[in-house]
Ligand binder design. Structure first.
Ligand SMILES: [Zn+2]
Ligand SMILES: [Zn+2]
Length: 361
């Protein structure tokens, strides 16, 4: 009988039977190793959590009181004889790839990742392994990112232009990751940065974790509309089209996403400007990351798994699709229906009560 693989794909998530733990499980389990705090990877209801220490405060904020152990990158934890360690995934602050080793066999679960250094997340580090479980959110050749500095130059000059034309500036990005990346790259010479409550709650959690972020001001019912209109507003996707956003009219609304690389995405998001900015690897990034692992087998969890696994097999990798429940934030497979109503955001699925209150402030 063939040996049982070290990691297997179950209806609860990626499971290590030898170590008796799961990685990013979507149903309640006893022992969960978490790659990062996005809602499609960090679910509520597990007995025990292990994650990187920079994910700590965001996890506690999003999931409430959980039994959480945190580690540094490279630190090892032994689970029933299986060695578990975390390596930087470069996706968002605190995101990790999970390395699992038993009797010389090494598996790596990428979680979500990007290879470009965004200046705020610990940069992605390739990890040698026999089996690599990878995302491929943007696994189509059309997705090619330009260096982020170019995108931020566009964003800053768009902001200046809005100020000159008496328009407020609203920039939309996910509350964990994109929002902080935008914040750290805005030209503060233009003005102040104002935040939607959902974004500010995440910023505060990260600051509690010791992350230094540029100054921001939470928009509340007391905020002066005139002042806010002279700055820039960072808002989450869930605020698009809401009365909260409309009260800043007239404004120009910019959307930051990897989807903006394809024609029509801006129109579907009803945005005035679309900025190509993603916290996931682009086509070349995925291939270089997979190649750098030196792995024998690649398993593709979410994104354009069919197209991408076909391509990888063509160029000589042993790749296959696996079924998981990941995908949400920026997952193009959500495009056709999800796009229209902006329901593609994972934050909506598992947010603790109170999170959406940011929307009415
Ligand atoms: Zn993610
Ligand atoms: Zn994901």
């Amino acid at each position: 009988m063939a040996k049982k693989p070290l990691l297997e794909f179950t209806d609860r998530g990626i499971y290590c039977a030898q170590g008796k733990f799961y990685i990013d499980p979507w149903k309640p389990v006893d022992d969960a190793v978490i790659t990062h705090a996005h809602a499609d990877h960090a679910y509520w209801g597990h007995k025990y959590y292990l994650a990187h220490h920079l994910s700590r405060e965001v996890l506690l904020y999003r999931l409430g009181e959980i039994n959480l152990q945190t580690v540094e990158y490279g630190e090892t934890v032994l689970k029933n004889g299986v060695t578990v360690s975390l390596f930087p995934a470069g996706h968002v602050i605190g995101s990790a790839q999970i390395r699992v080793e038993y009797k010389g066999e090494v598996w790596v679960v990428s979680g979500d990742y990007k290879v470009e250094n965004d200046g705020i997340s610990t940069p992605f580090e390739p990890v040698k392994c026999h089996h690599f479980i990878s995302e491929c959110t943007f696994g189509m050749p059309v997705y090619q990112w330009k260096p982020q500095v170019q995108t931020f130059n566009e964003i800053n000059s768009w902001w200046r232009n809005n100020l000159e034309h008496g328009l407020a500036t609203v920039i939309v990005g996910y509350s964990l990751g994109k929002a902080q990346r935008i914040l750290q790259n805005l030209d503060l010479f233009n003005g102040k940065v104002y935040t939607h409550g959902v974004i500010e709650n995440t910023n505060e959690a990260l600051r509690r974790n010791g992350v230094l972020l540029n100054p921001t001001e939470r928009i509340t019912s007391e905020s002066s509309k005139d002042d806010v209109r002279k700055g820039i507003i960072i808002a989450p996707p869930s605020s698009v089209g809401t009365p909260w956003m409309r009260k800043f009219q007239p404004y120009s609304f910019g959307y930051c996403s990897g989807w903006m690389a394809i024609r029509g995405a801006k129109r579907r998001r009803a945005a005035d400007r679309g900025f190509v900015l993603s916290d996931h690897a682009d086509w070349d990034g995925l291939i270089s990351a997979i190649d750098a692992t030196g792995c024998e087998c690649v398993y593709l969890t979410h994104g354009y798994t069919a197209t991408f696994s076909r391509y990888l097999n063509e160029i000589g990798f042993n790749a296959r699709e696996v079924h998981t429940l990941y995908g949400g934030e920026e997952d193009p497979s959500n495009l056709p229906e999800g796009e229209a109503s902006n329901t593609g955001e994972p934050e909506k699925k598992v947010l603790p009560l109170g999170e959406d209150l940011g929307g009415v402030l």
